[in-house]
Design a protein around this ligand. Sequence first.
Ligand SMILES: Cc1cc2nc3c(=O)[nH]c(=O)nc-3n(C[C@H](O)[C@H](O)[C@H](O)COP(=O)(O)OP(=O)(O)OC[C@H]3O[C@@H](n4cnc5c(N)ncnc54)[C@H](O)[C@@H]3O)c2cc1C
Length: 464
Amino acid sequence: MLNRRQFLSFSAASGASLALSACYKAPNHPVPASQSAQGHYIWQNWAGSEYAYPSKRLAPSTLEELKTVLANSTAPIRCVGAGHSFNAQCATDGTLLALDSFSGLISHDAQQYTATVKAGTRLQQLGQLLEQVGQDMVNIPDINKQTLAGAIATGTHGSGYALPALHGRVQSFRLVTAQGQELNCSASENAEIYHAALVGLGSFGVVTEYTLENWPLAHTERQVTMLPVEQLFAEWPDLYQKNRNAEFFYIPFTGLAMKVLHNQTDKAVTPRGEDKDMDSLMDLKKLRDYVSWSPSLRRRIAQMVADNHGTEYAVDYGWKLLASERSVRFHEMEYHLPLDAQIAALKEVIEVIEKQRSDVFFPIEARVIKGDERAWLSPFYQQDTGSIAVHAYYEDDYQFLYSLIEPIFKRYGGRPHWGKMHSLADKDFALLYPQWQQVKAIRQQLDPQNKFVNNYTKKIWGLA
Ligand SMILES: Cc1cc2nc3c(=O)[nH]c(=O)nc-3n(C[C@H](O)[C@H](O)[C@H](O)COP(=O)(O)OP(=O)(O)OC[C@H]3O[C@@H](n4cnc5c(N)ncnc54)[C@H](O)[C@@H]3O)c2cc1C
């Protein structure tokens, strides 16, 4: 068995002795200028893959200001949340609009466990605010840096066989349209707009608040274990059916998976402790850098380290446990597949990566999401779903996501995550979403001058 320090010296020594033949070389990505020729400063997304030079950056603090901005600003007007989407949906050389001032809890119902929250609230802050009123979010993604509106607009999700994505618990929302009209949208009021604009890609107007259906605050138990991936595949249907939140990460070139389970518990708090994800990732990178020339050595070293992993255990409120820090940047493609197809597709993804892409070291993530009926553009619309997410380190090449991985996802009938990388356009979505044409008609009616349309969403809406 190796501990981490032994692992580092062992892999470094293997690398040093074989440095001439084995060193992995990252490609050179061009660095964009920090200012445009017109003197406008750059905006970039979290991953650094998308950028633009907005001529105006505005952060209205009242509803009246917001309406004035929408009436008078240069198009494309794009709302930005935390800029954590991996594609160019927020990019604009026109007006970049931030709702940071629209943040906080407006009201709550202690009997129904609902809460009305301003749309620019970050998920981490939301967890804290809800804790103060005895509530917690029903499902939580891997990180909590996103704004509520940004997360909901792209169908952001966690994992849970019986749990829908965040938008699946939105009872109502308030939308300000391009013409400055304010609309309450729910299943009983402006119902068509509610269904069309709930997962709305910032294309129907600016959302200022949501009413969420939450849970009573309760403790959650977290267990993280390493195991052979074949064993995990065999247990998977049982795991996701018997645990509230089940997910796993396959670690390429190791034959190993990390199983992550969260369940409600009455046990007392056992704090989560220091987050070691970044160290582990950098270890996997070193393994790639030094020994990717020998898949068997790479696998052996990883397995020795994994033997030493033990089980990570913690008890706390869900909002404190389910999200992690992701301080190592990456690019990501995630598709949502019919649940029955998830493991077959994942096996193909693993095979193609391990045969053709020895540079990949980021874990591949698999989750389950309950189907929902509320959002017509929900990737989980009327379908229980198994998702697969493939990542590439931010400095590495990520074109293989399009050339090798996406064709597999498409073949299995997958719908892409709206906030991540994909190459689909209007005609593809028309086949994937039964209400696609109706959604497009509602978007056109709410934004007849296409004020919210940028180059990226032009392709989505078939306006290119
Ligand atoms: C490290 C990392 C981890 C992630 N983990 C997960 C995960 O576990 N699960 C998951 O599903 N996704 C995950 N994502 C994806 C992420 O949740 C989505 O891309 C989400 O949209 C990001 O939220 P944001 O606030 O940054 O929104 P942005 O990317 O800034 O914006 C997203 C969309 O929301 C629109 N928007 C923002 N505010 C408003 C508003 N007030 N009114 C109308 N439209 C608005 C924007 O115009 C844009 O179209 C992750 C991303 C990163 C970088």
